[in-house]
Design a protein around this ligand. Sequence first.
Ligand code: GLN
Length: 495
Amino acid sequence: MSDLNTLTLAQARDALRKGETTSVALTEACLAAIEGAGALNAFVHKTPEIALERAKAADARLQSGDAPKMCGLPIGIKDLFCTKGVPSQAASRILEGFKPEYESTVSQQLADAGAVMLGKLNMDEFAMGSSNETSCYGNAVNPWRRGNDDAALTPGGSSGGSAAAVAADLCLAATGTDTGGSIRQPAAFVGITGIKPTYGRCSRWGIVAFASSLDQAGPMTKDVRDAAIMLEAMCGHDPKDSTSADLAVPDFEAMLTGDIRGKVIGIPREYRMDGMPEEIEALWQQGTEMLRAAGAEIRDISLPHTKYALPTYYVIAPAEASSNLARYDGVRYGHRAKLAQGDGITEMYEKTRAEGFGHEVQRRVMVGTYVLSAGFYDAYYNRARKVRTLIKKDFEDVFAAGVDAILTPATPSAAFGLGEMADADPVQMYLNDVFTVTVNLAGLPGVSVPAGLDKQGLPLGLQLIGRPWEEGDLLNTAYALEQAAGFLAKPGKWW
Ligand code: GLN
């Protein structure tokens, strides 16, 4: 078989089981693709020795007929996941040299399912960003380009390296994390599928914390079937994460029938934003028609508190981040600044954090500290928590009224140029998250599915939001949408 790196997880799995290829061959194909894709800056720590060792072990298990579900499938891991003995830096200078003594639960579960880790993937520093430009490694690059224009585009963020790597066939799939859209937005920007499961589905243990009440891991894959396969391996109860749900994990792949007859799909009027590009509006309309044609009932719905979601998120997320990031003090992990004669512990903290954190992270720590300070706690943090409850209630109300899933655009635009969103106005960048943050605030599952190309030939995604714990049903609706949209485009190889 040729071009093994271009296979989906399902195709590779089936080929392995039929003896048509080996995990070593798949892994070598991906490693070669990674070597040839330096220009994408997607893999930031490569682990070829670990990969080949695991691939050999996987081949032995396949031979002996005792292969777990993802046996032998090569994947990438976002740099936010702690991986034992392998640099895990969250794309931050402050974690330079940090090699964890332990493995995150999710990456351990993937290894237990037989998946082969190829290396660690680029991202925004501490997962704060929407363009991968806050990374200490420099940004990853989107494999897609606008028409004949060779300007470099963002792969989105924060899971930008994961998105670029999957879209460019450097790995069969990758892990991502999503606090406000970091799986779904980059997936949409590169034409792949990404699902953020219900809060509590995947253990957060061993994933560098950003905003603990919002963070969730999830798969970024070439199609919906792969998302179902990989999500199953990633989910499950973990006593080491007190917010992890003790619920059975269904066989998500078996739920992909494509039959959505009688399902009620809500179209929220508040997501029709002023100034939304016509192409996004048109795509949303087409997606609605596709679901209708597949037998779903389309219903206009209202989620009245949507307009408060971004400000609420940008109070809660920095507040939690400022607390989570307090641990990076130059003592316990990674980088410590060089100190001058006479410097004490305070100078050590100050200099280490000033050198170790990039500007966006510093901005979030300052905003977070401010909204949690005694004089402003009620006005900002407590108020945001109350609004969050109202946002969650909006969703509960429509689900209680019989809506099964909600269809929205995934992003307000296609991928933008690197450097196009000026650092001078962070709010411009925050507006990227307008369709995704509500889902994290409400703890719901959300999936982004590639659904079309814009006039410049760039992929656009649609988002489906589901009921809590019903990822299987949500993936099945996404599967129906995927089949109707028939998105098969791939970026032309220039790297
Ligand atoms: N772009 C959002 C932020 O910067 C979301 C990031 C994420 O989901 N990790 O906070």
